[in-house]
Ligand binder design. Structure first.
Ligand SMILES: C[S@@+](CC[C@H](N)C(=O)[O-])C[C@H]1O[C@@H](n2cnc3c(N)ncnc32)[C@H](O)[C@@H]1O
Length: 308
């Protein structure tokens, strides 16, 4: 099974309950306030925020691409500060949920629209369905907690860079390597358990679509296994499905900086959330450190002259 297929299957299966858990709402709240605290860092042009509405000029168009959108966390975070959002996800059920939520919120297709797709299939680098103008020239591309599902992160970043206008920004959230700590019975962090505790693969092979199966060898220190409580998500079948969708469970700050640079981004910055976030995966309860990264597509000579 290809990595793309594994992601489609896993996220199609979990889309219904994906973000209805209390801990998930709490994580989303933390991520929302962190990103909204510094909109300029995240590439939202200042002119679009309420702090600069002293002139009568109509608000400039600000277009967001929410890639691997899931149910639309990034769209909900940045929605109030952009004029339109377009989303792509490999899981049809996630896209259905994304669009349903937008319609429920009273937002029409011109404002918020999600489509099933994959821009990282190397055998189809320019899918026909994403050739029209509405899929190019974004001001911001946001990818929430999905880079650890991508086979080739530098290629993925490069594909997203191509979808940005010159000067546009890619902003991502993901997990920090070594940033986990187990949660005890009371939900509190277990001192001394700092390390890597998220599910990950052990030399599984993925076919990236190029015909070459990759062997991912990751050597991590293993801590104590977390206690399993949530039976529904702790079944071997669920774990297998979840693990098959994941390439690496986390990144180092330097690793993220490197793949942004490799993809040709400038003004790259990587930071972590000060407080860990409580999560549950496949029955395991833990606190994880969330990281954020951003990079700007360089403004090449001769482009965007009118704005300078
Ligand atoms: C952990 S979820 C994150 C969803 C959302 N961005 C959020 O922050 O809540 C990862 C998402 O990535 C999607 N995905 C995985 N691989 C993909 C690919 N190659 N192209 C597009 N979407 C992909 C999955 O279907 C899933 O919805």
């Amino acid at each position: 099974m290809s990595l793309a297929e594994a992601n489609r299957r896993f996220f199609d299966a979990v889309s219904g309950s994906y973000d209805n858990k209390p801990w998930f709402a709490e994580v989303n709240k933390q991520v929302t306030s962190e990103l909204r605290d510094d909109l300029v860092w995240a590439g939202i042009p200042l002119t679009s925020t309420s702090t600069v509405t002293t002139t009568n000029a109509p608000p400039k168009e600000v277009r967001l691409l929410d890639y691997a959108s899931g149910t639309g966390l990034m769209t909900r975070i940045f929605g109030p500060y952009v004029t339109s959002s377009r989303a792509i996800d490999i899981s049809p059920n996630m896209v259905t949920s994304y669009n349903a939520r937008a319609r429920d919120a009273g937002l029409g297709e011109t404002v918020v629209k999600g489509v099933v797709g994959d821009l990282f299939d190397k055998s189809h680098p320019s899918p026909a369905e994403f050739e029209s103008a509405e899929w190019w020239g974004f001001d911001v591309a946001a990818v929430g907690f999905a880079f650890h599902h991508f086979a080739d992160v530098a290629y993925a970043a490069g594909q997203l860079k191509a979808r940005l206008r010159p000067g546009g920004v890619l902003v991502i959230s993901d997990f920090l390597e070594g940033g986990d700590v187990l949660a005890g019975e009371d939900g509190k962090p277990v001192l001394g358990s700092e390390g890597n505790h998220a599910a990950h693969m052990h030399g599984h092979k993925h076919d990236d679509g190029s015909g070459h199966a990759h062997d991912h060898h990751h050597h991590h220190h293993h801590g104590e296994e977390g206690k399993i409580h949530d039976v529904g998500e702790a079944t071997p079948e669920f774990k297998k499905k979840m693990n098959a969708s994941i390439v690496v469970p986390h990144f180092t700050l330097e690793g993220v900086r490197q793949f942004f640079a490799e993809a040709g981004f400038v003004d790259v910055d990587v930071k972590t959330m000060k407080e860990r976030s409580y999560m549950e995966f496949a029955g395991k309860k833990l606190w994880r450190t969330i990281l954020f990264a951003k990079g700007r597509r360089p403004v090449e000579d001769g482009q965007e002259k009118s704005e300078l």
